[in-house]
Unconditional design. Structure first.
Length: 161
C-alpha cells in the first residue's frame, strides 16, 4: 500500500492511499477538523462524504480494530468443524409442537441453541424461550455440535431436516 501526504497551505493536509484494487482513497483533513473522503476511479470522483472530527475518530477506532477483532480464518475453520447449523421442520405429532423452548429445556437437555424460527416465511430471530410457542410447520434453525443436533432430533420426535 502506498500513502502520499501533501500539505495544503492554509487548508490542511491531503493523504492519498493507493488501494490494492487500483483506485485511490483520498482524505483531506482541514485545519478546522473537518474531513472529506473521496474514492477516486482514475481521475474521477466516484464517491465523496464528509466526517466530523468525532465521526473520524470513531471510524478510526473501528478501522484499527479497537471495538471488534475478526476471527482469523484458521480459528474460524476450527470452530466451524465443531459447530453445525441445522434447519429442522416440526412435523405433525412432534414432541415440540405447541410448547415453548423453555418448557422443553432444549438447551439444557440437548445442548443446541434455537437461534431462529422460520414460520411460513417470516423469520423470528432469537425467539423468546418463554413466550414463543413452537408450531407444526415451523422450521427451527438450531446450532450445536453434530452430537447435540442428534440429541435434539431424538427429543423432537417427528421432525425432518
Amino acid at each position: 500500500m502506498e500513502i502520499r501526504e501533501v500539505d495544503l497551505p492554509g487548508i490542511g493536509k491531503k493523504y492519498s492511499i493507493r488501494l490494492k484494487e487500483g483506485r485511490n482513497l483520498v482524505l483531506v483533513i482541514y485545519n478546522t477538523g473537518r474531513r472529506e473522503i473521496y474514492l477516486m476511479q482514475d481521475e474521477e470522483t466516484s464517491c465523496v462524504f464528509d466526517l466530523t472530527e468525532e465521526e473520524a475518530k470513531d471510524l478510526g477506532f473501528l478501522l484499527a480494530g479497537a471495538m471488534y477483532q475478526p476471527i482469523k480464518a484458521e480459528k474460524m475453520e476450527l470452530i466451524l468443524k465443531e459447530v453445525v447449523m441445522e434447519w429442522v421442520k416440526v412435523e405433525v405429532g412432534s414432541n415440540l409442537a405447541n410448547k415453548t423452548i423453555a418448557e422443553l429445556q432444549i438447551r439444557r437437555v440437548t445442548g443446541v441453541s434455537v437461534i431462529a424460527i422460520d414460520r411460513k416465511g417470516r423469520i423470528i430471530p432469537s425467539p423468546d424461550p418463554y413466550k414463543e410457542r413452537i408450531e407444526v410447520g415451523d422450521i427451527l434453525i438450531v446450532v450445536g455440535t453434530r452430537q447435540q443436533i442428534n440429541k435434539f432430533l431424538e427429543l423432537c420426535g417427528r421432525c425432518s431436516t
